[in-house]
Design a protein. Structure first.
Length: 89
């Protein structure tokens, strides 16, 4: 997958890697706020057919990263619909 960053996103990544960004603290409080928001966001169940191999690899990679595979699918769909990633067919 090829993730294309715009100039602003790239500048943020470079700033973080250079140590220019510092935490304001209260990370646990902010994470709890965001989790509450996400739980309240309306969701719709969908059914998608995937090849067994793709599903196996998705679950394997998700496990390696400690993220449930359903969340990975949600993240990918959101990034695609918000034009943060593009498909190369």
């Amino acid at each position: 997958m090829n993730i294309k960053l715009d100039d602003e996103e790239q500048a943020i990544i470079e700033g973080v890697e250079a140590g220019e960004w510092k935490s304001k603290g209260q990370i646990n409080k902010r994470v709890a706020e965001l989790q509450t928001y996400l739980k309240q966001e309306k969701k719709k169940a969908v059914s998608v057919r995937l090849s067994e191999n793709d599903l196996y690899e998705l679950k394997r990679k998700s496990l390696e990263n400690g993220i449930p595979y359903q969340n990975v699918i949600q993240i990918l769909v959101h990034q695609y619909t918000s034009n943060k990633i593009h498909l190369e067919l």
